[in-house]
Design a protein around this ligand. Structure first.
Ligand SMILES: N[C@@H](CCC(=O)N[C@@H](CS)C(=O)NCC(=O)O)C(=O)O
Length: 201
């Protein structure tokens, strides 16, 4: 199998972390691709042109993180990534991540092309979800999981994106549970091997 990724993508990072945590990495060749580029090496495989893209041994091409992660669970890895208990949190974290991605895209535009309305909406959404996760974490006493499930991995990648690619969001403020959770996940070899480059935002 081949996994197309870009080093800055939190979505692709989640799949890369999941492969490392479940011991499936040796079954996959990771290939870095450019994005939004007619010469991107992912494009001959997927007209969507986004990462993550997983090309299976029979040539089937999977895009969308929310489809690739459950597919990994069919491969007999070390433990299930998506137990039913993780599904609700996965949805929340994917909503948070998408909000951050939309907000970030606005900030990459020239200032006069930015939509203050979109930025305000997504900032509110992202803070609302992060506050809800902080409250859940406090009630449930979240600590570093020994076997991070898909929701843990997605949350670690979302906060890692905020930490290095979307620093416009001071996500740690007032969220000590999420900060502790992230700091302990970030120490794991799977996260250390996939740290995204710093961006100017
Ligand atoms: N909904 C997709 C989002 C993936 C996504 O937006 N990936 C970005 C990188 S973070 C990408 O490939 N962008 C290139 C483009 O939009 O053409 C998923 O969950 O996999």
């Amino acid at each position: 199998m081949q996994l197309f990724y870009s080093s800055g993508s939190p979505y692709a990072r989640a799949v890369r972390v999941a492969l490392r945590e479940t011991g499936l990495l040796d079954r996959v060749e990771e290939r870095e691709t450019t994005l939004r580029d007619p010469k991107a090496v992912v494009l001959p495989h997927s007209p969507v042109g986004r990462v993550p893209t997983l090309v299976l041994a029979d040539g089937t091409v999977l895009t969308e993180t929310a489809l690739i992660l459950p597919y990994l669970d069919t491969l007999g890895g070390a433990y299930p990534l998506l137990p039913p208990a993780a599904l609700a949190r996965c949805g929340q974290v994917l909503g948070l991540l998408e909000g951050m991605a939309v907000w970030n895209r606005e900030l990459r535009r020239p200032e006069h092309e930015r939509s203050p309305g979109v930025i305000a909406l997504e900032t509110t959404r992202v803070n609302r979800v992060a506050d809800a996760l902080e409250a859940q974490g406090e009630v449930q006493g979240w600590t570093a999981p020994a076997r991070p499930d898909a929701a843990d991995i997605l949350l670690g990648c979302a906060l890692g994106y905020a930490e290095r690619r979307h620093r416009a969001w001071p996500w740690r403020e007032g969220r000590p549970v999420l900060a502790r959770f992230f700091d302990s996940l970030a120490e794991r070899p799977s996260f250390r091997a996939t740290i995204p480059p710093l961006s100017g935002i």
